[in-house]
Design a protein around this ligand. Structure first.
Ligand SMILES: Cc1ncc(COP(=O)(O)O)c(C=O)c1O
Length: 383
């Protein structure tokens, strides 16, 4: 992926990553839940108003914890967008849930909230929302529907660090939320994630599930004199080496975010002409949503144009990439899918392309990407 002159993504160190890893080693503790884990968790709690934060080894882990905490059982239904990463569905499927897919909007990859209520049955237990590209779903409507039907809301906030909905941080609104610090995200630790618990009823059990089903966290706090196996759980916590790397990123989050948002805005300003001319769709910022510069995408009119654009950029040594393949059509799922066609997710599968966006992307490099995208449409359609 990094053999391109302009790759799609490039993970960067931005501060004291290496020093903090050395400090963790020097401290004599590199397993999980040490000083750097605590510093990261305290940072998120303080900055974004999350009630309880637990670092995990991935967003996938955090989603699996959500499914355990919600006590998902065989036969429960969970509503999940079709246009998302496989983990948003897999985590619940692993606990026996029936996945009910919901389509994206015509205008946006986020879920079509207008289609939500008709998918709810007496068996529905939870709704998983994905804030695509860090742009908020209509959380007021989603929470109101969940409230009315007494359902839980899980925010898959993998893309959504430092993003807001009407001044509330994404990840602070649903009952539970999951973040990713995978190397393609805004703040990174190689692999990495975080569970956020906003509904207090889940806090105690979340710590237990996180610590392999034991009450070790309470033991470390001196609340009990020995720890024991008390529930199901797994090894969800990351090592201190991962947390040390992440903490250095968090110390620089303002700088990372300023740069990423600037890159995003620059793409937007220079490529919106494509939408004005009816050649392709650019991101529409939903009402109440902010921009966190996670990813910048275009939606081409058809698959042939999208693939030709990717090829054109490749020939110029620039890597642009497609994104999710709608889950209801995946080889694993298509034979079990009983729902209706989900045309917007299918359209995005075939037509969406993401442009290079990473902390170290220079203005010259970005200008080159923009120039080549415009040239492609000019050659194809005469911009
Ligand atoms: C929406 C969404 N959820 C979950 C994940 C999984 O994240 P992780 O790789 O940290 O497990 C991804 C991965 O990019 C994602 O895009």
């Amino acid at each position: 992926m990094n053999n391109y002159k302009i790759p799609y993504n490039k993970p960067s160190t931005v501060g004291n990553e290496l020093q903090y890893i050395e400090a963790a080693i020097a401290s004599g503790k590199i397993s999980g839940n040490g000083q750097f884990t605590k510093k990261c968790q305290a940072f998120f709690k303080e900055k974004y108003g999350f009630k309880k934060c637990l670092l995990t080894s991935s967003c996938t882990d955090a989603l699996e914890m959500c499914a355990i905490l919600l006590d998902i059982q065989a036969g429960d239904e969970v509503i999940v967008p079709a246009y998302t990463f496989v983990s948003s569905a897999n985590a619940f499927l692993l606990r026996g849930a029936k996945i009910v897919f919901i389509d994206s909007q015509v205008e946006h990859p986020n879920m079509d909230v207008a289609a939500l209520e008709q998918l709810i049955t007496p068996k529905t237990k939870a709704i998983v929302v994905i804030h695509y590209a860090g742009m908020a779903c209509d959380m007021d409507k989603i929470m109101a529907i969940a409230d009315k039907h007494q359902l839980f809301v899980v925010e898959d906030a993998a893309h959504a660090i430092d993003a807001f909905y009407k001044d509330r941080a994404l990840g602070s609104i649903g009952h539970l939320s999951a973040f990713s610090f995978h190397e393609t995200k805004n703040v990174i630790s190689g692999e990495g994630g975080m569970l956020v618990v906003n509904d207090e009823q889940f806090i105690r059990r979340a710590e237990i599930v996180w610590e392999k089903g034991t009450n070790r966290s309470a033991f470390f706090r001196g609340e009990i004199n020995k720890y024991n196996w008390v529930d199901i759980g797994s090894s969800f916590l990351p090592s201190e080496l991962t947390a040390a790397f992440l903490f250095a990123q968090l110390e620089n989050i303002e700088r990372i975010q300023a740069k990423r948002v600037q890159i995003w805005q620059y793409y937007f300003d220079h490529l919106k002409i494509l939408e004005t001319k009816g050649l392709c769709q650019i991101p529409h910022i939903p009402k109440g949503a902010s921009i966190n510069g996670h990813l910048f995408y275009l939606v081409c009119p058809n698959e042939q144009t999208r693939n030709a654009l990717i090829d054109h950029l490749k020939a110029k040594n620039i890597l642009a990439v497609f994104h999710y393949l709608a889950l209801h059509q995946a080889p694993f799922f298509q034979n079990q899918y009983e729902g209706t066609a989900l045309p917007n997710s299918e359209h995005l599968t075939h037509c969406l392309v993401r442009l290079p966006l990473f902390f170290e992307l220079s203005k010259e490099e970005q200008n080159l990407v923009i120039e080549e995208v415009l040239l492609f449409f000019d050659q194809k359609f005469g911009v």
